[in-house]
Design a protein. Structure first.
Length: 249
């Protein structure tokens, strides 16, 4: 059974799902970042032959997440398609699956750098950003912003385990904002200590690594640059695994 982790920001309770979406139960809302649908077909058009199943896999995973949370509203935090023409390249079965997934849900497409125009022929409203108090939902986070949910950077972190570390996509939060992992099947990751992410979290925060059924959490130290991902206190940071019903164990 999947075990989400609770996170409180701006006086509201969010639930971080190990699959990579975040739920706001009080508003029956789910947010997800960086689907990058049709990345495979974009790569193929440039001569890089990859299996053309990324969109199907991504939509199947998102469908399972929506069935689990049953939201009234879905906010897609940008780069939902890998490029502006991605929607037009959807195979008929994937297009039908996407329409089924979006049916009965209020959809907001936050525009990203990869998809700066609204997807043609799909339901929902397209915006640069949206504020649903107390939160602001945008694609690229801003230094100093509070109560912000964003994507774009595809954060990943390495768990401070004994021996060989484990690197996974992650959520990252300092209690004031939340950076979501990339959800798409073909998306890579950027280490949380990279300067681009460090600028958003200069004092560090807490990384929530995605696991198969639960999240594994540990504090990060000040993110001053590459390599500064392990908390300075305590000397040996303790991984927290979230078990049934989101309780740390």
């Amino acid at each position: 059974m999947t075990a989400p982790a609770p996170l409180h920001i701006g006086g509201e309770r969010l639930m971080l799902d190990p699959c990579g979406v975040v739920a706001w139960p009080a508003q029956k809302l789910v947010a997800v970042a960086d689907l990058h649908l049709e990345k495979g077909s974009a790569l193929a058009s440039r001569g890089r032959m990859v299996p053309p199943y990324d969109t199907k896999e991504t939509l199947e995973r998102l469908s399972r997440a929506l069935r689990r949370w049953n939201p009234a509203r879905l906010v897609l935090l940008g780069d939902s398609f890998h490029d502006a023409a991605g929607c037009s390249r959807l195979a008929a079965p994937d297009h039908a699956a996407l329409l089924t997934l979006l049916a009965g849900v209020e959809v907001t497409w936050v525009l990203g750098n990869h998809d700066p125009v609204p997807p043609a022929g799909l339901p929902g409203a397209a915006v640069e950003e949206i504020r649903l108090a107390p939160f602001t939902f945008r694609h690229i986070g801003r230094p100093g912003a509070v109560a912000e949910l964003s994507g774009h950077f595809h954060p990943k972190a390495t768990a401070p385990t004994r021996g060989v570390g484990v690197t996974r996509p992650c959520f990252l939060s300092d209690g004031r904002k939340l950076l979501l992992p990339a959800f798409g099947a073909y998306t890579g990751g950027l280490d949380v200590a990279d300067p681009a992410i460090a600028a958003l979290f200069p004092r560090g925060g807490r990384a929530f690594l995605l696991g198969t059924e639960r999240l594994y959490s540990f504090p990060t130290g000040p993110l001053r640059g590459r390599g500064a991902v392990v908390a300075e206190e305590p000397a040996r940071p303790q991984l927290t695994a979230f078990g049934d019903e989101g309780r740390a164990r």
